[in-house]
Design a protein around this ligand. Structure first.
Ligand code: HEC
Ligand code: HEC
Ligand code: HEC
Ligand code: HEC
Ligand code: HEC
Length: 371
């Protein structure tokens, strides 16, 4: 009898729609993924889902706490695990806090304020999920149309940032705002969250008209495809007397902001090699980046310092949206020597990366033979 009652309970438990009880906000992406499987798959491959778990971030946050005090943790987590800050879980005890920039954060954003030094999201955790659609229904949660989710504003709270010294550490949103893309109404989503095939909700949950889904992997500089979309490269090499001249034109044709954008430690590196069939080989490079100093004038070299103590811009050689840069390289190669000229583009991520592959990537090569 007792066993029977237990089995009955177990049966009811497994057959009841468990999400109705489990969807206590803020909830884990895993629960959202019960129904929104294709979207969860995309998000799992995003930098957002790794934003707090990544070794790189953990090391950087530890260093920031050691250098600038325990309260710095809250600053870092504000963007890397915004739910942890909202619910006061700064020790990262709850699973949802480890999910970084997760579903229930973005879909609990009700509005964005651009007043004050930094953009701010107004967030309400409840069983109402804000999204891009009007008139959709879900048995698991209420839905609310949110115009903000269809514009770049929803990205601004974390992709635009002045530190306590007033220095614009991240300016991706304002770079975009100043570009022709903003004027043409091409928002962040057009390039980072374009429509792909997939079911919004698993067919076993609800049969819905096929809308396609917005790609939640949000590929950026860790995608070779995106890096190649961003830049168009031309190379011209001429030999006059003992001077081999190489001209490389780099155009930012595909990014709606500077390349590189974001973290001040990102760099784009153009390397040109000249390998004559006889004689010595040559190499030169140009680096496109921001150089920033701390209040004492020391060049900022690590993320923990960059996000807290950036004070002054020393130089900015990044390539703005739609800008073309022409770089000239001269090599001393005797007249008439057949030479292979090669230009390589590297994207450099972080000095704190623990492996070569995490530190930089070669994403483009172009070669010419000149005599
Ligand atoms: C029991 C299944 C289920 C679960 C669990 C679930 N959803 Fe949904 N959700 C739906 C259905 C069904 C729709 C409506 C889809 C349609 O009609 O096209 C929907 C729609 C949405 C929308 C679109 C709203 C709009 O107006 O644009 C968002 C955003 C959303 N869900 C977010 C979430 C998040 C975040 C979670 C986890 C906290 C979650 N959902 C959990 C079933 C679910
Ligand atoms: C016209 C297309 C386009 C638009 C619009 C656009 N981006 Fe990008 N974005 C790209 C491309 C291409 C890259 C890859 C090149 C690079 O990393 O610089 C990129 C890279 C990035 C990166 C990676 C930077 C890093 O440090 O790793 C971030 C973050 C980013 N975009 C955020 C945004 C945000 C936020 C917006 C809106 C305010 C936006 N993008 C608008 C095309 C676009
Ligand atoms: C960084 C913020 C962000 C995160 C994290 C995020 N979303 Fe979204 N989501 C958006 C935005 C913005 C849109 C609307 C895009 C548009 O219409 O241009 C959207 C759209 C949706 C929609 C409507 C269907 C569609 O594809 O447009 C659903 C459902 C949804 N998200 C569920 C989820 C779930 C489930 C997760 C976690 C696995 C998640 N989202 C994580 C920002 C986010
Ligand atoms: C709650 C804060 C937050 C919001 C909102 C947010 N992001 Fe991010 N985003 C981050 C953080 C933090 C990272 C860096 C994660 C890491 O590498 O540790 C990131 C990284 C990225 C990257 C870099 C991916 C790569 O390849 O390295 C892109 C692209 C991006 N976000 C686009 C967007 C877009 C588009 C939106 C708006 C739809 C958005 N983000 C909204 C916090 C946010
Ligand atoms: C305003 C939001 C914001 C704050 C505050 C913030 N970050 Fe970030 N962080 C980002 C974004 C967005 C990216 C990456 C994408 C980019 O370059 O735009 C990033 C990238 C990083 C990276 C590089 C990760 C990678 O995968 O290459 C490290 C490390 C990092 N942050 C550490 C920190 C530390 C430590 C703090 C606190 C002292 C902090 N961040 C504060 C938004 C923020």
């Amino acid at each position: 009898m007792w066993i029977g009652a237990y089995l009955l309970c177990a049966f009811l438990w497994t057959s009841a729609p468990k999400w109705v009880t489990d969807l206590e906000p803020p909830s884990s992406a895993e629960l959202c993924g019960d129904c929104h499987r294709a979207i969860e798959d995309g998000w799992k491959h995003s930098a957002h889902s790794q934003a707090v778990e990544s070794r790189l971030f953990q090391d950087a946050m530890k260093m920031a706490e050691a250098d600038f005090g325990a309260s710095t943790r809250k600053t870092c987590l504000g963007c890397h695990s915004p739910i942890a800050v909202q619910i006061g879980d700064l020790k990262l005890i709850r699973k949802v806090s480890w999910e970084g920039v997760t579903c229930d954060y973005c879909h609990s954003i009700r509005s964005i304020s651009m007043e004050g030094p930094n953009p701010r999201a107004h967030v309400e955790f409840s069983l109402v999920k804000s999204g891009p659609w009007k008139d959709v229904e879900s048995s698991a949660h209420a839905t609310e149309y949110s115009a903000v989710h269809t514009t770049s504003l929803v990205c601004a709270p974390c992709h635009e940032y002045r530190d306590a010294l007033g220095f614009p550490v991240l300016s991706t949103y304002s770079e975009w705002k100043a570009s022709s893309y903003a004027k043409a109404g091409v928002g962040c989503q057009s390039c980072h969250m374009y429509q792909v095939e997939g079911q919004v909700v698993d067919a076993r949950v609800k049969q819905v008209a096929q809308h396609g889904i917005n790609l939640h992997a949000m590929p950026g500089s860790h995608s070779i495809e995106q890096l190649n979309k961003a830049l168009h490269t031309e190379l011209v090499a001429t030999h006059e007397g003992n001077r081999l001249r190489v001209i490389v034109k780099l155009s930012n044709r595909g990014a709606g902001h500077s390349v590189p954008t974001g973290s001040p430690l990102r760099k784009l590196i153009l390397e040109v090699r000249a390998n004559p069939y006889s004689g010595r080989a040559f190499r030169q490079e140009r680096v496109f980046q921001r150089k920033i100093a701390d209040p004492k004038g020391k060049v900022v070299e690590l993320e923990p310092v960059a996000f807290v103590k950036s004070a002054r811009l020393l130089s900015d050689t990044r390539i703005a949206a739609n800008e073309t840069r022409t770089e000239t390289f001269d090599f001393l190669v005797p007249a008439g020597v057949l030479t292979q000229v090669e230009a390589n583009l590297y994207y450099y991520y972080s000095p704190m990366a623990t492996s070569e592959a995490q530190q930089q990537i070669k994403f483009f090569t172009i070669r010419r033979m000149v005599r």
